[in-house]
Write a protein that binds this ligand. Structure first.
Ligand SMILES: Nc1ncnc2c1ncn2[C@@H]1O[C@H](COP(=O)(O)OP(=O)(O)OP(=O)(O)O)[C@@H](O)[C@H]1O
Length: 730
């Protein structure tokens, strides 16, 4: 029987829609979210406002990266949903009161009952104890939403996301059913020389690297996670050598290995590091070592390309019906994989294909729904290895596993995850390494907010006098506002190098192609030395305002380095979107025709072009690195670039998968829900040598350090039995 309507304020569907329209006006809800609720009302005949509200909220959650709506969490903490509500908009207060007011009288058991009865919702709630074992099948039901999870933690999904999550679960579970039987002596015989420090090299014995390698060899699905420079690539290259060695030792053909990354930039970065690592592999003491080396690929592709995109569609050429011809797939920068991509990838792999994910679990997740790597790695730090796993690891690596990492109750997934714990890029004593650890590792959690800030500031102060480059330099600059001259000085210093090289190194009108390419290469190289990152897109502290401000700074003063008004048709106000020599550009969408990938960076340069009458005219072309490892340049007509933006300032999200010698992160002057610890950590870890933090208000910095990104999904619950702590979910 339907609970009395008074339990939902006696309102009708029409009343609810009327109120949700106000939510759309304030920006808390998208028009799309309301449209979905209306669709469910019209097409499925659903009239219960408690159900329709849940539908709109599920859609809203997806827009913020959550895979589903956590009903219990929403009821317990409705304000988290409203965190994006700006106080200065009309009717903000009304909306702020609305959601708690709507939800307060509704008991969770009633809400579940009403959702379960809905013709729009396929209810698949399972008892808590069964969550791990229940095999959920798709069935005939094609209702647009699915209620899943347990009665204690019910989760409402749009069917598409639920299906993706189920596929991921099934793909991983299947691979974790049984550990792969490996001949221990052979594994040991290969691991020892692979991890032995070469004479004269500065390589150090890293027990976790060896453990990670052995663990991943034993499982058809494995994750190797670790912060910057902890040796993920080093370890996976040894893993590939180990697996090829074992395969060849059995007299089998070499494994077909494919390497991929979510973005072109990340793929290019792995491409650059892997070739060197493969060349340096210590294989002298291994039988057929050179054959093994020859069978480790160094070409890295994007996940999209790996799966074979079909133009103008969400589908790929490779799927369950046409699986990828591979035996082993490695995906780097896996923190950027969303649920849809992960599901497509698993779909395209035959069940016996090994999948290895590499990435930093603490980085920001993709902007799309889901944080697959974060979900999988929730228990990575503690490890939870079963005694049998630990014994095997000790036998093949010679490394005893510390008892704090043992757990007889460890789950299958725990046995396939390894975390690398030591950075070889940054020393832990100070600088970038210490800063990243302080921000990330929850070391601040136990302290009051003022102490956290003090700890952070003292780290910055300590570093000012410390010039040990191996620590990675850090500096914090407090700005009055974005007109502050310290800001001007920083960006002028940061960007002057490539602009001077562009101006002073410009080849003459007779220059040949090679000379132009060399010049463009040098300019692009120099440009990669500095990048300003921001959290926001809009406003004076967002990409748009900062781009304008930087163009202003660089085109004025004693040494104007940019001439954005060189084109007479262009007004200064829209200079950040107009064309001018020196404009750095970020590609924002894959363009297979031009062979440009989302995340690629190019620079507009003036090049001489000979006209039919023999005269030479200077025109703008955009130089992009060829990305094929040859160091060449591709020149592209500006008019052919459909999805690019000026990138003097870049969002931290877009910077994922990239690194810059000097990275500066600017925080806005008011708190914002996108400012999270993960965002600050990701910003810091984009720096290779120097990191500068620009901020204006202590409380904004403190607020960012306090807030964690929390992505609701059923994956963590299903695979690890450990729901994320919902307390500070955004
Ligand atoms: N055991 C080790 N001893 C000494 N140096 C090491 C060791 N492991 C890795 N390194 C060095 O540390 C640097 C970073 O290693 P690697 O590129 O494998 O790390 P990563 O985790 O893949 O880094 P990234 O953050 O770029 O993804 C490399 O120069 C590598 O040679």
């Amino acid at each position: 029987m339907r609970p009395r309507d008074e339990e939902f304020g006696g309102m009708t569907a029409g009343d609810l829609f009327f109120r949700l329209e106000t939510w759309v006006e304030t920006g808390v809800l998208r028009a799309l979210d309301l449209a979905l609720a209306r669709f469910v009302h019209m097409q499925c005949g659903e009239t219960d406002p408690a159900v329709l509200l849940a539908v709109a909220l599920t859609s809203e959650r997806n827009a913020h990266g959550h895979v589903c709506l956590d009903l219990e969490g929403t009821q317990r903490n409705p304000d988290a949903l409203l965190a994006r509500l700006r106080n200065d908009v009309d009717k903000a207060e009304e909306v702020r009161r609305d959601l708690p007011g709507l939800l307060a009288p509704l008991r969770i058991t009633d809400w579940i009952a009403r959702l379960s009865r809905s013709p729009a919702i396929d209810s698949k709630l399972v008892p808590d104890t069964a969550i791990e074992a229940t095999e959920v099948t798709e069935g005939e039901d094609q209702s647009p939403l699915v209620l899943h999870g347990t009665p204690e933690r019910p989760l409402l999904y749009l069917r598409r996301y639920w299906r993706d999550e189920q596929r991921i679960r099934a793909g991983i579970d299947r691979r974790l059913e049984d550990a792969i039987e490996l001949p221990e002596e052979d594994v040991k015989g290969l691991l020892d020389p692979l991890f032995a420090p070469a004479p004269g090299s500065d390589a150090q014995v890293d027990a976790w690297q060896r453990v990670a390698c052995a663990l991943a060899a034993r499982n058809a699905f494995a994750v190797i996670t670790g912060g910057p420079g902890t040796g993920k690539t080093t370890t996976v290259v040894r893993l590939l050598a180990l697996l090829q060695g074992l395969s060849m030792g059995r007299g089998e053909p070499p494994l077909r290995i494919r390497l991929a990354a979510p973005t072109g930039k990340a793929a290019a970065r792995l491409n650059a590091s892997i070739a060197g690592q493969v060349a340096d592999l210590p294989l002298d003491a291994i039988a057929e070592g050179e054959r093994i080396r020859a069978e480790i690929p160094t070409q890295v592709t994007t996940l999209h390309r790996l799966l074979g995109p079909i133009p103008d569609s969400r589908h790929f050429r490779h799927h369950a019906g046409n699986p990828l011809p591979a035996d082993l797939v490695v995906v780097d920068e896996a923190s950027m994989i969303d649920v849809e991509m992960m599901a497509r990838l698993l779909d395209a792999l035959r069940p016996e294909v090994r999948l290895i994910l590499l990435g930093d679990k603490d980085q920001l997740a993709s902007v799309e729904a889901g944080a697959v790597l974060g979900d999988l790695c929730q228990r990575a730090r503690e490890a939870h290895y079963r005694p049998q796993t630990a014994d095997w690891l000790q036998r093949v690596t010679g490394q005893p596993i510390p008892s704090i990492h043992l757990d007889p109750e460890g789950r299958p997934l725990d046995q396939a995850i390894a975390m690398l714990r030591r950075s070889y890029r940054f020393k832990p004593e100070g600088g970038i390494g210490a800063l990243a650890e302080l921000v990330n590792a929850g070391m601040l959690d136990q302290r009051p907010v003022t102490d956290r800030l003090a700890a952070l500031k003292s780290l910055f102060e300590r570093q000012q006098s410390d010039l040990d480059a191996q620590l990675g330099r850090i500096a914090a600059i407090r700005l009055r506002d974005t007109q502050d001259t310290s800001f001007d000085d920083l960006v002028r210093d940061g960007y002057a190098g490539y602009l001077r090289l562009m101006r002073d190194g410009r080849p003459d009108d007779q220059a040949d192609r090679q000379t132009l390419d060399d010049w463009a290469s040098a300019v692009l190289n120099e440009h990669a030395g500095f990048q300003l990152l921001t959290a926001l897109r809009q406003g004076p502290w967002g990409v748009e305002g900062l781009n304008r401000r930087i163009i202003d700074v660089l085109s004025t003063g004693d040494e104007p380095l940019l001439q954005p008004r060189a084109n007479p048709a262009q007004t200064f106000a829209n200079a950040s979107e107009g064309w001018f020599a020196g404009r750095p550009l970020l590609v924002t969408r894959n363009d297979y025709g031009l062979r440009l990938m989302n995340g690629d960076i190019g620079i507009a340069l003036e090049v001489p072009v000979r006209q039919t009458d023999g005269a030479v005219r200077r025109v703008l072309r955009v130089a992009f690195p060829s990305g094929d490892g040859t160091g060449g340049i591709r020149w592209i007509l500006p008019s052919r670039l459909m999805a690019v933006e000026t990138v003097f300032a870049m969002t931290v999200h877009k910077a994922q998968g990239s690194e810059f010698i000097h990275t500066a992160l600017i925080l806005p002057d008011t708190p914002n829900p996108v400012l999270t610890r993960e965002l600050v950590y990701t910003g810091i870890t984009r720096a290779r040598k120097t990191f500068t933090l620009l901020y204006s208000q202590d409380h904004v910095l403190a607020d960012a350090l306090n807030r964690r990104v929390e992505r609701v999904s059923g994956l963590a619950l299903a695979l690890t039995g450990a729901p994320r702590d919902a307390a500070d979910r955004q």
